[in-house]
Design a protein around this ligand. Structure first.
Ligand SMILES: Nc1ncnc2c1ncn2[C@@H]1O[C@H](COP(=O)(O)OP(=O)(O)OP(=O)(O)O)[C@@H](O)[C@H]1O
Length: 265
C-alpha cells in the first residue's frame, strides 16, 4: 500500500512525514516485478535508499538492474509493486517525483547534432526553468562536469568520456537531490573512469545516489551500501563491509552469489 498519494479531492500530494532524526527514504522499490510474458525480468524487488547513502546496484548481465531503474524512474510500468522517489509515487505523482530525480539511462538521451549548450538549453526548457535559470544552471553544470572546452561542438563528435559528462550535466541541470545512474562508467577509459568516480563521490556528499555497475571496485571507490541483484531478485542488501563477508573478498562473494559465474571486473 502506498503512503504517498494524491488526494483526488484537493489534488494535494500527501507525502509521508519524515521521522525526525531518521534519514529520509529517497528511493523506494516496493515489491517491484516486471514480467515479459512468462519471463520475470525482476521479481518482488524491495529496497530503500535513504539520504546520505550512495548505493551500488550490483549484478551480472541480465540480472535486472536496468529494468529496476526504469521501474523506479517511472519509465516502465511494473507488473506489480510500487516505486517512490523522495516519497512520491512514480506512477501517481511522477511529475513531482521527477523534479527531485536525475536519471542517467544506460545510453543517455543525447542528441548527436546538438551541442552540449543547446542540448542543456533544451532540457532546461523541458524542465520548465526560466531562461535566466537555464543560463545560471548551465554555467554551474558545465563547470562541474568540465565541459567548457566542448560546449559548442556537436555531441556526436565528442569522445565517449565527454558524452558521458554531457549526460551527467543534463541529469544535474535541475538540481535534483536523488540520482539514479545506469552504469555511469561503462565504456570509459581508466582516466575517464577516475574522473566520473570523483564526480560521483563529490555528488554523494549532498545527494542520494543509486548507481548500477558490474565493477566490484566501484563499490569500494564510491559507495556505502550494496544491493546485489541476480536473476531478477535481490540477494544481498547491506554495507560494503558486510558484502565482503568475513574473509572473502568482493570477487569471491560475487562468484558465490552468481552460482560460480565469472565476476566481471
Ligand atoms: N523489453 C523486453 N522484453 C523481453 N525481455 C526483456 C526486455 N527488457 C529486458 N528484458 C530481459 O530482462 C532481463 C533483465 O534485463 P536488464 O536489462 O534489466 O538487465 P541488466 O542487469 O541491466 O543487464 P546488463 O548489465 O547487461 O545491462 C534480461 O534477461 C533481459 O533480456
Amino acid at each position: 500500500m502506498s503512503d504517498s498519494t494524491t488526494d483526488p479531492a484537493d489534488g494535494q500530494t500527501n507525502r509521508p512525514e519524515a521521522v525526525p532524526g531518521r534519514p529520509e527514504a529517497m528511493i523506494e522499490a516496493v515489491g517491484l516485478s516486471k514480467f515479459y510474458g512468462d519471463f520475470a525480468a525482476t521479481r518482488d524487488v524491495t529496497f530503500t535508499v535513504r539520504t546520505g547513502e550512495v548505493a551500488a546496484f550490483l549484478g551480472p548481465n541480465g540480472a535486472g538492474k536496468s529494468t529496476t531503474m526504469k521501474l523506479l524512474t517511472g519509465y516502465l510500468a511494473p507488473s506489480a509493486g510500487e516505486a517512490r522517489i523522495a516519497g512520491f509515487d512514480m506512477f501517481k505523482d511522477r511529475i513531482d517525483g521527477s523534479r527531485r530525480l536525475g536519471y542517467l539511462p544506460e545510453n543517455g538521451p543525447l542528441y548527436p547534432d546538438m551541442s552540449p549548450r543547446s542540448s542543456l538549453q533544451f532540457f532546461g526548457r523541458i524542465r520548465g526553468l526560466s531562461t535566466a535559470q537555464i543560463e545560471d544552471r548551465i554555467e554551474k553544470v558545465v563547470d562541474l562536469c568540465r565541459l567548457s572546452s566542448v560546449i559548442g561542438k556537436p555531441v556526436g563528435k565528442l569522445s565517449k568520456g565527454f558524452r558521458q559528462r554531457v549526460g551527467m550535466a543534463q541529469v544535474l541541470l535541475h538540481e535534483p537531490d536523488v540520482l539514479i545512474l545506469d552504469e555511469p562508467t561503462a565504456g570509459l577509459d581508466p582516466n575517464q573512469i577516475r574522473e566520473v568516480r570523483k564526480m560521483i563521490r563529490t555528488l554523494g556528499e549532498t545527494k542520494t545516489i543509486l548507481l548500477s555497475t558490474h565493477i566490484l571496485q566501484e563499490v569500494e571507490a564510491m559507495c556505502n551500501r550494496v544491493i546485489f541483484i541476480n536473476e531478477g531478485r535481490v540477494v544481498f542488501d547491506g554495507t560494503p563491509l558486510g558484502f565482503k563477508a568475513a574473509e572473502a573478498d568482493l570477487d569471491q562473494r560475487f562468484q558465490q552469489l552468481t552460482s560460480g559465474g565469472a565476476a566481471i571486473a
